[in-house]
Write a protein that binds this ligand. Structure first.
Ligand code: DHB
Length: 312
């Protein structure tokens, strides 16, 4: 039985729904090229700022039995570096390029979007409203009024389609309130759910110590810890905003979790912690596992089950 994993959305076609989560394997051209040349269906860059940043002091990432904790602090080469990559990117070779933007202020995001608008590069901005790791900077998307102001300004500066990366929400009232804000902006075409669960604390009992150094050990959680929260956010935003696309991110480490995200309503899915641990071979493995699950269930295409999660 033939299985077709392709995804057509926003006027483009990806060979399959899998790509890297921003932050993993996407800080340098060498890393970005590893993703592009892998089995991934798209590529996204590291969240960038106006100027290059070193990020937080090490150790700032730790692998744990259930996933990962990080407080990288936005180490990146500055937006010009990623725009330069986008200029040279083979856009017509079939793997879309997403640019993750994470200005330290709304003005910085507007500056980057205005520069992108001048260039007319055929890539999609994913505006990060949820970085938990810059000391003193709260996650913008936990402030609903500030998010509405940011989206209004962004919509003035950028007339093409764009997306936002959201933090996880944990209450139905917040899903509804954020969906109401997001629904007001026609240019906002996709929402990526979820960023890491911010400000967790992992403790090493032997050393009686935190496992990362910045922010007294607090950091964003990824991996198995976050899968049910990610699925809840994907399902709720897909249900509340049927006219937008939801990109699933959180806890995908095999074809099974990719299937779950798509069943919950995800158009495409991003891999973070697992990609960091395993390397780009993870894409081919996960796609093979997803294909096997679909074949066993008799599904030919992702549309055969996308968003069709039943309530028992
Ligand atoms: C970083 C972490 C994030 O979760 C994010 O969305 C952006 C940046 C970081 O620490 O570099």
């Amino acid at each position: 039985m033939t299985v077709d994993l392709s995804v057509s959305w926003l006027g483009m076609t990806m060979p399959n729904p899998l790509y890297n989560a921003s932050g993993v394997m996407c800080r340098s051209v060498e890393e970005l090229e590893r993703v592009r040349l892998s089995a991934a269906g798209a590529v996204i860059t590291k969240s960038c700022t106006l100027d290059p940043r070193e990020g937080n002091p090490e150790p700032r990432y730790a692998s744990t039995p259930l996933g990962s904790i990080n407080s990288m602090g936005l180490p990146n080469a500055g937006y010009r570096y990623y725009f330069d990559y986008a200029r040279r990117y083979p856009h017509h070779a079939g793997k879309p390029l997403f640019l993750s933007l994470s200005g330290l202020s709304l003005e910085d995001n507007l500056t980057m979007l205005e520069a992108l608008a001048v260039e007319q590069l055929p890539c999609l901005p994913e505006i990060n409203l949820s970085c938990p790791n810059v000391p003193g900077k709260p996650q913008l998307a936990y402030d609903f009024a500030a998010t509405a102001i940011a989206l209004a300004e962004i919509s003035r500066a950028w007339h093409g389609p764009f997306g936002v990366k959201l933090p996880p929400y944990f209450d139905p009232v917040h899903f509804v309130e954020m969906a109401h804000v997001l629904g007001g902006y026609a240019g906002l075409r996709f929402i990526t759910c979820i960023n890491s669960i911010g400000n967790g604390l992992v403790i090493d009992v032997e050393r009686e110590s935190t496992v990362i150094r910045p922010k007294q050990g607090l950091g964003g959680l990824g991996g198995d810890y976050v899968l049910p929260t990610a699925l809840a956010n994907v399902r709720e935003f897909a249900r509340l905003l049927p006219e937008k696309h939801v990109i699933g991110c959180g806890g995908i480490r095999s074809g099974k979790e990719a299937f779950m995200h798509i069943l919950a309503g995800a158009t495409a899915v991003q891999v973070g912690t697992c990609l960091h641990e395993e390397g780009e071979g993870a894409f081919e493995r996960i796609l093979g596992e997803l294909t096997d699950i679909m074949r066993a269930k008799g599904y030919h295409r992702l549309e055969d089950f996308r968003g069709r999660l039943k309530v028992c």
